[in-house]
Design a protein around this ligand. Structure first.
Ligand code: S3P
Length: 426
């Protein structure tokens, strides 16, 4: 794809839906493969990351069919997956690789996971260490710290594992391995991370114990197939909220979004910046609270983001920083070192992109300081192969007089196929 040129063409006044939640979609597919019976999944997100999870469960012997309105997965049952005939390619998807690692640790056959060059750079020791401690053979490149990863598991011991960082992916890998172990496996977290795994496994019949600071799972349950309607992705809705705040006169409502409290930290940050953002719960789907997100254009004030606010907004920092660039005064994010280990190093990458538009940004190991409110200059942004940076810079372009270009805009398809068409009406 050539560089995409983006500029505002008047206020955005829209009501819309966004694709299904990525985290819930991965789990719906992966857990359906472990269940007894057939799972019907409606609203499964169609991005490249989720496709990687679909291909993975197919490689492990689950049959996945599109029925038009939904996707049906015939489960294999816990411990009943089939040895894959080839290496499983997780593409760009950290969720596929890390959650699958927990599942594969519980299987007695050999499996190998790889991914694209971005994923092969991301830290994996945090997942392999507890799995090895539970008794699985779990190896990786670079002293067991990076993919490709190799597993031969089975006969796992239950474990209490203290996570080095708040990470839903690591927590999920430990709990999924724990499903295959005798006894109760605990994940102790330094701060709460998204809890979709706990919600979905509990709905499927697993015994999940949630206590302050830790979550446990009782091993070897019978998991039953539970149909799922995937709610809209709050991380995708975030780009629409930002677009509304960048173009004067805009008013956007995104319907049917997951309002899971572990996922909506970004909207609370916007409220602290003075943005008129309303969250209205309307029901539940897939065990998640669901509702509408409404945002109207309004001036923004820079804020300090505290470390404890980071986990519930972790995927939204690229777009948060884009908004901080137009907000009046300084914004600062701290306690967000994890951003350096996402699809790209989101601290250095976002800082570099904002500077191209003339924004003053200082980085530090665990965050950055942005001085907002200055005049933005036209820029040629790069996505760094990172879907969220592509979309964050794409919406920032709406606030730049004369617009901007995004190189590598096609990365958006990882989590939001059709984003550019929906935004630009092309
Ligand atoms: C995810 C967890 C988060 C998030 C990622 C999706 C998940 O990562 O950044 O995009 O679905 O579990 P952490 O494992 O670092 O929390």
């Amino acid at each position: 794809m050539e560089a995409l040129s983006i500029s505002a063409s008047g206020p955005l006044v829209r009501e819309l839906a966004v694709p299904g939640d990525k985290s819930v979609s991965h789990r719906a597919l992966l857990f359906a493969a472990l269940a007894e019976g057939t799972t019907r999944i409606e609203g499964l997100q169609a991005g490249l990351d989720v496709l990687a999870s679909r291909r993975a469960v197919e490689a492990l012997g689950a049959v996945v069919q599109d029925t038009g309105a939904a996707v049906r997965v015939e489960g294999r049952g816990l411990g009943q997956l089939a040895e894959p005939a080839d290496v499983i390619d997780c593409a760009n998807s950290g969720t596929t690789m890390r959650l699958l690692s927990g599942i594969l640790a519980g299987q007695s056959f050999l499996s190998v996971l790889t991914g694209d060059r971005h994923l092969r750079r991301r830290p994996m020791a945090r997942v392999l260490d507890p799995l090895r401690e539970m008794g699985a053979l779990a190896l990786g490149r670079d002293e067991d710290s990076r993919a490709p990863l190799v597993f031969r598991g089975g006969s796992l011991r239950a474990l209490t594992w203290t996570l080095p960082v708040a990470s839903a992916q690591v927590k999920s890998a430990v709990l999924l391995a724990g499903l295959h172990a005798r006894g109760t496996t605990w994940a102790v977290e330094p701060a709460p991370s998204r809890d979709h795994t706990e919600r979905m496994l509990a709905a499927m019949g697993a015994v999940v114990r949630t206590e302050p600071g830790r979550v446990g799972i009782v091993g070897r349950p019978r998991l039953r197939a539970v149909d799922c309607v995937v709610p809209g992705d709050p991380s995708s809705a975030a780009f629409w909220a930002a677009a509304a705040l960048l173009v004067p006169g805009s008013r956007v409502t995104v319907r049917g979004v997951s309002l899971n409290p572990t996922r909506i930290g970004f909207f609370h940050l916007l409220q602290r910046m003075g943005a008129p953002v309303t969250l209205t719960e309307t029901g539940t789907a897939c065990g998640e609270p669901v509702g509408d997100v409404s945002v109207e254009y309004g001036p923004l004030q820079g804020i300090q983001v505290a470390p404890e606010e980071v986990p519930a907004a972790i995927d939204e920092f690229p777009v948060f920083c884009a908004l901080a660039a137009v907000a009046r005064g300084e914004s600062e994010v701290r306690g967000a070192a994890e951003l350096r280990h996402k699809e790209s190093d989101r601290i250095d990458a976002v800082a570099g992109e904002l500077r191209k538009a003339g924004v003053a940004v200082d980085t530090c190991p665990d965050g950055m300081r942005i001085t907002g409110g200055g005049r933005l200059s036209p820029a040629r942004f790069e996505s760094h192969g990172d879907h969220r940076i592509a979309m964050a810079m794409g919406v920032l372009a709406l606030a730049i007089p004369g617009g901007a270009q995004v190189v590598g805009a096609e990365a958006a398809a990882v989590s939001y196929p059709g984003f550019w068409e929906q935004l630009l009406g092309v």
